[in-house]
Design a protein around this ligand. Structure first.
Ligand SMILES: Cc1cc2nc3c(=O)[nH]c(=O)nc-3n(C[C@H](O)[C@H](O)[C@H](O)COP(=O)(O)O)c2cc1C
Ligand code: PXP
Length: 191
């Protein structure tokens, strides 16, 4: 195992890509409201480094509202064909606007209009209403829509990261990194 979880993640992520897993960067993001109600959904990992794990979303969506009132999250990478899973826990911070803008402008035009057209997680009357909203916004910005102020990146800053490897007889390997004042400590957990 690597001395820190991000280096270890890099190695397992490379294995997931190499193995040809569909959407190897898909991860389940769990959040919880201030009242303690948990929810989970899939998002795409768009970057990671020693600072943490980054994804992009609508800040006013259900997850966005959860994270505004309770900025803690758990990420789960379900790499079943490799008999592996990685779980990341930590605090969540917003990306600087210039970083969100750089990513937003790298997205295809339609996805950028889509971000504007979707009040993510709100109830919509119909598919037609959604499509009409898309067309209206595409007319407004025939090219280069700006970054919406309600959209951008979030970073999960890891405090614990667990690497799970399936083994025979359900005697799996579970190795957990925990961030302490002294740096990262690595512990083995019972399967
Ligand atoms: C494979 C996959 C990847 C997804 N990636 C994202 C993403 O990166 N950002 C995002 O906002 N929604 C993404 N979604 C949609 C979310 O799962 C979810 O439906 C949406 O963000 C609204 O979630 P919420 O109402 O809990 O906030 C993805 C869905 C799937 C199935
Ligand atoms: C609503 C939504 N936002 C953002 C993303 C992130 O991916 P991309 O920036 O590549 O569209 C996805 C991917 O499914 C998505 O569905």
């Amino acid at each position: 195992m690597a001395p820190d979880p991000v280096s270890q993640f890099a190695s397992w992520f490379a294995d997931a890509v190499e193995a040809g897993l569909p959407e190897p960067n898909a991860m389940v993001l769990a959040t919880s409201s201030a009242g303690g109600l948990p929810t989970a959904r899939t998002v795409l990992l768009k970057g990671y480094d020693q600072q943490g794990f980054v994804f992009y979303t609508n800040y006013e969506s259900r997850k966005g509202r959860d994270l505004a009132e309770n900025p803690r999250a758990c990420l789960l990478f379900p790499w079943h064909p490799l008999r592996r899973q990685v779980r990341v826990e930590g605090k969540v911070t917003k990306l600087p606007r210039e970083d969100s803008a750089a990513y937003f402008h790298s997205r295809p035009y339609g996805s950028r209009i889509g971000a504007w057209a979707s009040r993510q997680s709100a109830v919509v009357r119909s598919r037609d209403e959604l499509d009409a909203r898309f067309r209206e916004l595409a007319e407004r910005w025939p090219e280069d829509p700006p970054l919406p102020d309600f959209w951008g990146g979030l970073r999960v800053v890891p405090s614990e990261v667990e690497f799970w490897q399936g083994q025979i007889d359900r005697m799996h390997d579970r190795l957990r990194y925990r961030h302490t004042k002294a740096g990262w400590t690595l512990e083995r957990l019972a399967p």
